[in-house]
Design a protein around this ligand. Structure first.
Ligand code: ATP
Ligand code: MG
Length: 374
């Protein structure tokens, strides 16, 4: 596994000043699996205030947890002080702990064996809990007693399913049995933390595992329980908004507003799920464009595999919104208030069906006729 140059720089600066340091957690797991790491985390004996002095540009991301983000031109890394290094909470123990003891304690607080490995600058791997063996047998197993670990932080149960979906691993028997016992503890989690794990699962190669989260009772806080077949989600494009829309379509009882998604994602996904059809005709898709705008129509088209049709409509230059209609409000000086809007809308619906009629004279004639028949 190759540690990027700028991360090696961070490790060597720390070591040069006498502080042991290594990369740790997800990046080691992904590196050993030959996957692209999403971010690089460094663990070190240096204290946060020292880390801030050693590097020119840092951000105190989580000082309370000992985390400083080091910013270098090539990228950033979160540098976290070994949790148990230094003075013990009760103040009676000596403040010096050896590197390997401190590292072992730091690794012991991590959730799963595959997430509890570290590697130093020389490529030496620290694997105190059988992480490599579990990588080989492709399984998610808690570090320590699973019931205890889930009681400390219920989010770990959702993370177990999320990692199994992302890595295509199974959940080890004891760990899975503990999830079944501890599932009700997820009621206490914040909606944001639940959302992040559900979204990562939804955007993985196995979005249907959200169904496993539900079956295990991990999403009762969202009002979801029972057995659901979510395998249709696998065929959808991977963007979060499309996957959320797909989930909403399959689980209409899910209230996306509970998840504190950003407003755009929540609204687009909800409206696209509502607009769902197995297949769209050109006219149906044009009407959706006219009524809900491009973002919703795009999401709905992706849900139905109608992306090519949508692109064809958009590139045809046909009028699909009031903005490109050949008439506007000022063309109807004799109409009042709401009537103007109603007329424009009526003409737009006509033009969706007859694109060749998007011409000022023709539309005015159609409007005059409509007024007469009303
Ligand atoms: P990714 O960033 O690819 O989603 P990751 O493994 O890096 O996966 P993070 O959430 O970034 O996951 O956390 C980094 C590391 O911190 C994990 O690998 C794990 O060792 C530890 N960790 C994170 N959250 C928890 C938790 N709730 N309980 C115990 N350890 C955790
Ligand atoms: Mg990470």
């Amino acid at each position: 596994m190759q540690i990027p140059d700028y991360i090696q720089t961070i490790l060597s600066v720390l070591e040069r000043h006498g502080f042991s340091a290594c990369v740790v957690g997800g990046c080691v797991r992904d590196g050993l699996l030959g996957r692209q790491a999403s971010d690089w985390d460094v663990a070190t004996a240096a204290r946060p205030e020292t880390v801030r002095k050693l590097f020119e540009k840092t951000v105190p991301t989580g000082i309370a947890h000992g985390t400083v983000t080091v910013v270098l031109p090539q990228g950033t890394a979160e540098v976290t002080t070994f949790r148990t290094d230094g003075v013990y909470a009760d103040g009676r123990h000596p403040s010096q702990v050896t590197f390997t003891d401190a590292l072992r304690d730091d690794l012991a607080r991590r959730d799963f064996t595959v997430n509890a490995m570290a590697m130093d600058l020389r490529g030496r791997l620290y694997d105190c809990f059988g992480g490599q063996a579990d990588l080989r047998s492709r399984c998610i197993r808690c570090v320590g007693d699973a019931d205890v670990r889930f009681s400390e932080d219920a989010l770990r149960m959702l993370r177990a399913v999320r990692f199994s979906a992302q890595l295509e691993f199974s959940i080890e028997d004891q760990t899975l049995a503990a999830i079944k016992r501890c599932a009700p503890l997820c009621q206490k989690l914040s909606a944001e933390r639940i959302r992040d794990e559900v979204q990562k699962t939804l955007c993985s190669a196995h979005p249907e595992r959200v169904g496993q989260m539900i079956a295990l009772g991990l999403l009762e806080k969202l009002g979801l329980s029972g057995q659901w077949d979510l395998s249709d989600l696998r065929t959808l494009p991977g963007e979060a908004v499309v996957r959320w829309a797909g989930l909403k379509r399959l689980l209409p009882q899910l209230d996306l507003s509970m998840l504190r998604l950003d407003r755009h994602t929540e609204q687009t996904a909800t409206l696209a799920a509502q607009a769902y059809r197995e297949t769209f005709t050109e006219l149906e898709l044009k009407r959706l464009l006219a009524q809900q705008g491009t973002a919703v129509a795009d999401c709905a088209a992706r849900l139905s595999g109608a992306r090519a049709l949508l692109e064809q409509i958009l590139s045809s230059g046909d009028c699909v919104s009031l903005k490109t209609l050949a008439v506007n409000g000022s063309d109807f000086p004799t109409l009042e208030g709401r009537q103007v809007g109603q007329m424009l809308h009526r003409l737009l619906l006509h033009v969706l069906e007859h694109p060749q009629d998007n011409d000022k004279q023709r539309l005015l004639a159609i409007a005059a006729q409509a007024e007469q028949t009303d």
